[in-house]
Design a protein around this ligand. Structure first.
Ligand code: MIC
Ligand code: SF4
Length: 651
């Protein structure tokens, strides 16, 4: 904090990219800066809302270098809803200058890395795993849909100038140990809140031994640290990857200056790492596979934006070759993109996977977001994914462990969690020099001249989104819910095959808000008319889903008082005019109970002045000091009742 930009030392890689994109503010840590955004991406589960918001802004054509709309989350079509949303996104994309990646083309982050990401560029995406792009040296960040809509319209993206953590990698990974084990190690060191307000920058000799997809596994799951993003340098390995993708003209060499100064430093010797697993129900609940022991497993899922590259799939195919999946295990495999799928088919690896008994799924998020493959009751599931939050798999008492593809594949054969190092020599696999390039599932937008002729197709599931009203002078409201630490957006707004199709229908989806914690919450909140939620540390960690702010807004939630917030969720609250308050003294958490009546007087003035905000607990007869640190822009949004109102007011 407080470190100024007048540096005489060199710059970190993050600072270099920020420096070339900053359009508002100064590179002073802890202050708000606005960045020019070169590329945006959306996925379908957040995309409908983002494009409705984009339409509400009245911009004809996107102003970015490249914007893409991917379809990868809501691919199970058990009713008209998802198909209608996909049709809407396809048509709105065509009209407004956005490239449309059709269902079947793959998971947004995997496809973006392969086909569109560029070193040194900025990317924001309405999905928290957008930092995958850091694997090729992009400054890639997850954001709320509204922020993405603004960036598509040419507006800046605002972040707090982050602290920068250097992760110095030395040595080389041993056989059977992989990139997933590296990020699980970082999670063990930093925890799920250890990255908040920070960018994790990887450097050192060890970087050279990691391929681009391996680097992308690490930056992808950096989202679980709560970090603003993670980034690797762009070097010869990046060039080789881009060349193999037929995109060497997109290459720029990028690294930190030798004398760059970091805020924190972590050293990891890759050769000392062993296979790790994140145990239920948090990605930072990390132990060695050996330590957990040979627990019986019911399911193995390989895929997701963390581990679905061709390299991961080839490793798995070589491990499964000529073998059969344990009779007690269901193994599902989802290649990350059409490119990966095609190449697996062409080289015969797909046939190996099928022969071994794998259940092959389409290239999409699938089980990672509970779109099918929910495990059996109390089922133990090993997944190469990035999140194992309670209930996310679709089975409330499912026991999800996050592991590497190597550990997953070997365990699928043995039927118990198995340290892959016990399996002898690692079967060799060869990566091709050229990838199969065929972008036929990416639909280009209409030309500006033809855009008028494109009709936007809306299905009956698409309902208008709620817009807040300007902040009142006084808030008096009951506490409708009190929750504990590390509440995830999967608690606030659960996903899964049943609820995801309602993402375009806030009145309907809000009926599931917080039901993981308390089934009666939606009815109670609605009946109260307006209310306040109380939480612990790292409130809102996980996904970028704006619905975790929109549904509470619809249900009348005016403010959240907690010990600390996760970055993207806090911004989503501000964007929607919900006041994010933090206890000045964390122990005061105990002074409020669910059902207490709270009051805040002169709230407009207090927000404007930016000082302490006193919350009166009318039920308990005590006062609680809170703080609401907001930039001038943030204050404007809270006072106006959200970003859309604020933008309208300010032209
Ligand atoms: C996730 O992994 O939780 C998701 C589903 O991809 C979310 C986005 C969403 O909720 O639509 C994310 O990571 O932001
Ligand atoms: Fe999809 Fe899972 Fe990646 Fe989210 S984490 S984008 S649901 S694959």
């Amino acid at each position: 904090m407080g470190q100024t930009e007048t540096k005489t030392t060199g710059l970190t890689l993050t600072e270099k990219i920020i420096k070339s994109h900053i359009v508002d503010g100064e590179m002073i840590k802890g202050t708000e800066i606005g960045l020019k955004i070169d590329q945006t991406l959306t996925q379908d589960a957040t995309g409908t809302m983002a494009y409705l918001q984009f339409e509400a802004m009245g911009v004809d054509r996107v102003k970015t270098e490249r914007s893409l709309a991917y379809i990868d989350h809501n691919t199970l079509q058990s009713g008209f809803e998802n198909a209608d949303d996909h049709r809407y996104i396809g048509s709105v994309a065509k009209k407004h200058g956005i490239w449309f990646s059709r269902p079947g083309n793959g998971i947004c982050h995997q496809v973006h890395l392969e086909r569109f990401g560029k070193p040194g560029k900025t990317l924001i995406g309405s999905d928290s795993h957008t930092p995958t792009g850091g694997g090729i040296g992009m400054l890639a960040m997850g954001a709320g849909g509204l922020d993405v809509a603004v960036a598509m319209g040419g507006g800046a993206y605002y972040i707090t100038m982050p602290k920068i953590v250097k992760v110095e990698l030395t040595g080389k990974l041993n056989d059977w140990v992989s990139a997933k084990d590296v990020i699980l190690k970082v999670l063990q060191i930093l925890s799920v809140k250890g990255g908040v307000g920070k960018v994790i920058e990887y450097c050192g000799e060890g970087v050279k031994s990691l391929s681009v997809p391996e680097r992308a596994t690490i930056t992808n799951m950096g989202a679980e640290l709560g970090a603003t993003t993670s980034i690797f340098p762009s070097d010869e390995t990046t060039l080789a990857f881009l060349k193999a993708q037929g995109r060497e003209e997109d290459y720029t060499e990028l690294s930190a200056d030798a004398d760059a100064v970091y805020d924190e430093e972590i050293n990891i010797d890759l050769s000392e790492l062993v296979p790790l697993a994140a145990c239920p129900h948090m990605p930072d609940n990390v132990k060695t596979v050996e330590e957990i022991g040979a627990i019986k497993i019911d399911q193995v899922c390989i895929g997701s934006c963390t581990n679905s590259s061709l390299q991961d799939m080839l490793k798995v195919a070589h491990i499964l070759k000529g073998k059969t999946v344990s009779p007690d295990v269901s193994l599902s495999i989802a290649p990350g993109s059409k490119q990966v799928f095609n190449m697996l088919a062409d080289c015969g690896a797909l046939s190996v996977l099928i022969s071994a008994g794998a259940r092959i799924l389409e290239s999409a998020c699938g089980p990672c977001i509970g779109m099918g493959q929910s495990p059996n009751s109390k089922g133990v599931s090993l997944r190469t994914f990035n999140r194992n939050f309670e209930g996310r798999s679709g089975t409330k008492d499912g026991q999800i462990y996050l592991v590497s593809p190597e550990t997953a594949a070997i365990s699928a054969l043995t039927g118990v969690l198995t340290d892959p190092r016990l399996a002898g020599k690692m079967p060799p696999y060869v990566m091709p020099e050229k990838f199969l390039i065929n972008d036929n599932m990416v639909v280009p937008p209409a030309s500006p001249e033809d855009a008028d002729k494109v009709e936007v197709l809306r299905g009956p599931n698409i309902k208008p989104f709620p817009i807040n009203t300007p902040l009142a002078e006084r808030i008096e409201a009951e506490v409708s819910l009190k929750v504990t630490d590390n509440i995830t957006t999967d608690h606030i707004m659960p996903a899964g095959a049943k609820i995801l199709p309602l993402r375009s229908n806030i009145p309907a989806i809000s009926q599931y808000c917080f039901t993981v914690c308390d089934e009666s919450f939606p009815t109670r909140a609605k009946e109260l008319g307006q209310s306040i939620i109380v939480g612990g540390v790292n409130y809102g960690q996980g996904s970028s889903r704006e619905h975790a702010a929109l549904a509470p807004l619809y249900l009348g939630v005016k403010a959240i008082i907690c010990k600390s917030f996760a970055r993207i969720h806090r911004q989503n609250l501000i964007n929607n005019g919900i006041i994010p308050l933090c206890f000045a003294n964390e122990a005061d958490y105990d002074k409020i109970e669910q059902g207490d009546k709270l009051a805040i007087d002169n709230i407009r003035e207090l927000i404007e002045n930016g000082g302490e905000i006193t919350v009166k607990n009318l039920t308990k007869g005590c006062e609680i000091k809170t703080v609401c640190e907001l930039s001038e822009r943030g204050k404007g949004m809270i006072l106006a009742g959200g970003l859309l109102n604020f933008t309208k007011q300010n032209g």
